[in-house]
Design a protein. Structure first.
Length: 143
């Protein structure tokens, strides 16, 4: 099983969708706490509609987003603090429910995790991908 991750920092919506299509992604899972963006084409409604037009499903799992304190740490380049904050967040009941949903989707379909950061290593989606790889033996590909 393969899991993909993608960040849209510095990319256009068309570029992101093209990379998803080349990889054969069936479902884009948006793991942003806030699915709004100042970058054109990446707010929840327009992104969802654009993906649907390309036969890619869209799922927003808000509770798998990084809490504000984690986002602030990531912006400062403090990846260790962001990871610790996010790990604590994943123990919350709502995050556990959405993680179980993500896990089920990733086993059934070709899924890509979406967040803003271009650098997968500095983003919480890396934590989710690592966890899925450990638990389900998935390989992770960064788009």
């Amino acid at each position: 099983m393969k899991l993909f991750t993608i960040g849209y920092e510095g990319a256009t919506q068309a570029d992101v969708i093209a990379r998803l299509k080349v990889a054969g992604v069936e479902t884009l899972v948006d793991v942003r706490a806030v699915a709004a963006s100042r970058r054109a084409g990446f707010s929840k409604t327009i992104l969802s509609e654009s993906l649907r037009a390309e036969a890619i499903d869209y799922v927003h799992l808000r509770n798998l987003g990084t809490p504000k304190s984690g986002r602030d740490a990531a912006r400062k380049g403090d990846v260790g603090t962001m990871r610790a904050i996010f790990a604590d967040h994943l123990s919350e009941p709502q995050a556990q429910v959405e993680y179980a949903r993500l896990r089920a989707l990733a086993v059934e379909k070709r899924v890509a995790l979406l967040c803003f950061e271009a650098d997968h290593a500095g983003c919480h989606r890396a934590v989710l991908a690592e966890r899925l790889a450990d638990e389900d033996g998935m390989t992770v590909e960064i788009l």
